[in-house]
Design a protein around this ligand. Structure first.
Ligand SMILES: [Fe+2]
Length: 252
């Protein structure tokens, strides 16, 4: 069994203007909870928006991430700067040449970290990452955990769904019948789960600020104060179980 802690959307800032709580402190608290678990996770997958768009580079973020108690796999989100990300995390993963996707082996599980931010910043995949993924899926002989920043499914919340996810259908067709056993995402700053492409697909709660939910789309989509939390995914031959751990509930 592989045990994966998924942290997402810390939006680490370098100006101290966090809307509610200090996300760097929340990251360190999550690391402490992970280190104290009776079975320590095999890895942390950080599903994007590592820095906030307001930040100037990764100099403030890297010292925080270096304190992870288990191997940490960093992924980019729409707030991250692709060129700066590639430089900052050089050596952390083997990034594809044209996008920031990569493959990692975590025991009997294969992590496919798929860069879901288009060159223009919108959610989705263009031809290159789709072809790269098709090749990766064709070569895999292990169960696959597919991680993206953007949830590829329609959430029912107009503020989240309005940009769409380019080529979601093509992604779904690639996944159906493949070795992908679980899909995880971030971006929404809210926890959500659904069945998509024949697979359990979820968005994790944020380490940074929460975002409000308006299913009608008439209420403003704005940062809200929620307890930071992360997901813990147990993935083994008998299936996948995911737990959600709030930072205010102590170590699990
Ligand atoms: Fe975010």
């Amino acid at each position: 069994m592989a045990l994966i802690a998924q942290l997402t959307d810390p939006h680490l800032r370098d100006d101290g203007a966090d809307p509610f709580h200090d996300p760097a402190e929340a990251m360190l608290q999550a690391f402490a909870q992970i280190a104290a678990m009776d079975i320590k996770p095999d890895a942390i997958v950080l599903t994007g928006d590592i820095i906030d768009r307001s930040a100037k580079g990764y100099a403030h973020a890297l010292p925080v991430l270096h304190r992870a108690p288990v191997p940490l796999w960093p992924m980019p989100g729409n707030h991250d700067d692709p060129a700066g990300f590639r430089i900052a995390f050089d050596g952390w993963a083997e990034f594809a040449p044209d996008h920031l996707s990569y493959i990692a082996q975590i025991d009997d599980l294969q992590l496919i970290a798929l860069d879901s931010t288009l060159p223009d910043g919108r959610p989705g995949l263009d031809r290159m990452p789709l072809d790269w993924l098709a090749d990766a899926l064709g070569k895999s002989r292990k169960p696959i955990l597919l991680a993206l920043h953007h949830p590829p499914f329609a959430t029912g919340a107009p503020h989240l769904d309005r940009p769409g996810f380019q080529n979601a259908e093509a992604l779904s067709r690639l996944i159906e019948g493949s070795a992908v056993c679980r899909i995880i995402a971030g971006h929404s700053h809210r926890a959500m789960q659904t069945l998509w492409a024949g697979c359990l697909c979820s968005a994790a709660p944020a380490i940074g600020h929460g975002l409000s939910l308006s299913l009608s789309g008439t209420e403003p989509h704005k940062p809200v104060r929620v307890a930071p939390a992360f997901d813990l995914h147990a993935i083994g031959p008998k299936g996948c179980v995911s737990h959600q751990i709030r930072l205010d509930e102590g170590s699990e």
